[in-house]
Design a protein around this ligand. Structure first.
Ligand code: UTP
Length: 298
């Protein structure tokens, strides 16, 4: 039903203040879980979902991010000469095809909706597109965006990734007002950004994966300020519902880590460290020791 989605927008123009001082000179998206930057997790997930064009909305001080995707010829030839084929393979995963990647600048951090809107000229008027927030790292099989593209193939409209969060946490998110609960997929009758505690329409929070109809971009043209004085993507999606177009939430299968927060980032580091064959024994033994020591000290 839905048209093929081949372009994804990665808004990476935020200030990353929660990771200062690290983000004073390093973009948040380059911070790594074990040895892989957040941005690489997002790119790998998008590629697996069939995305062919990658649009980064960047800002001042994000040069390291652009360099990250360049071919590192000297490094590659050194690894080749040294016969380090495994490392060479890992490095090559960071290379992007010529013309597959575009950078556009958001001159002022006016909000996520504004960041997405900055990419409008790189999409045609009738083209659905994905939005991927690199802060949300998701372990899932198949990867979350692929699950969404499969579900969107059935539903059309717009689709957001959603998960249940506890009532005391829900005010930090965009939240769905549910019209129809079909199990994995819900149809929304409203969407609200950061509802005040106790006013949330449900506990279904929207997290950083979206497949959006081209009309969402048109809604963003109005550049209306929403919660926190920011131009909110949530408001532009909610407008779809108000105008009678379909918006769905997908309860994806997988574990999501909020790597925009320190606690989430540390949890993800532990989870991804324990997944690595070469690390898991030593690392889990260390974690056990630490926990035992803490318990003994109590
Ligand atoms: P956040 O709300 O996490 O903001 O943005 P932030 O600036 O990245 O981080 P903190 O809160 O200061 O630590 C969510 C996503 O939206 C992007 C961010 O880069 C991040 O991927 N964003 C946000 C923009 O690209 N532009 C904006 O104006 C706002």
């Amino acid at each position: 039903m839905g048209r093929k989605v081949t372009k994804a927008i990665f808004p990476v123009a935020g200030l990353g203040t929660r990771f200062l001082p690290a983000t004073k000179s390093i973009p948040k998206e380059i911070l790594s879980l074990v040895d892989k930057p957040l941005i690489q997790y997002a790119i790998d997930e998008a590629r697996a979902a069939g995305i062919k064009e990658f649009i980064f909305v960047t800002s001042r001080g994000k040069g390291a991010l652009e360099d990250y995707f360049d071919h590192a010829h000297e490094l590659e030839s050194n690894l080749k000469k040294a016969g380090k084929d495994k490392l060479l393979d890992i490095l090559r995963q960071t290379n992007m095809d010529s013309g597959a990647i575009a950078y556009i600048r958001q001159h002022k951090a006016l909000g996520l909706g504004h960041a997405v809107w900055c990419a409008r000229r790189l999409l045609s008027d009738d083209e659905p597109f994905a939005v991927v927030l690199t802060d949300d790292v998701i372990q899932g099989e198949p990867p979350c965006l692929q699950q969404m593209i499969e579900a969107y193939g059935e539903t059309g409209g717009s689709m957001v990734a959603t998960m249940e969060v506890p009532s005391d946490k829900v005010s930090a998110y965009g939240v769905l007002d549910v019209a129809e609960d079909m199990g994995a997929i819900v149809r929304a009758k409203g969407m609200v950004e950061k509802p005040k505690a106790g006013t949330q329409p449900s506990n279904l929070a929207v997290i950083g994966r979206y497949i959006l109809a081209p009309t969402v971009m048109r809604n963003l043209n109005k550049l209306k300020q929403g919660a926190g004085g920011e131009i909110q993507l949530t408001d532009a999606i909610a407008e779809e519902i108000e105008e009678g177009r379909d918006v769905f939430g997908l309860r994806f299968r997988g574990q999501r880590f909020d790597c925009g927060s320190k606690a989430g980032f540390l949890q993800a580091t532990v989870a991804f460290g324990l997944e690595r064959d070469e690390l898991k024994d030593e690392f889990s033994e260390y974690l056990h020791q630490v926990m035992a020591m803490r318990k003994a000290a109590e």
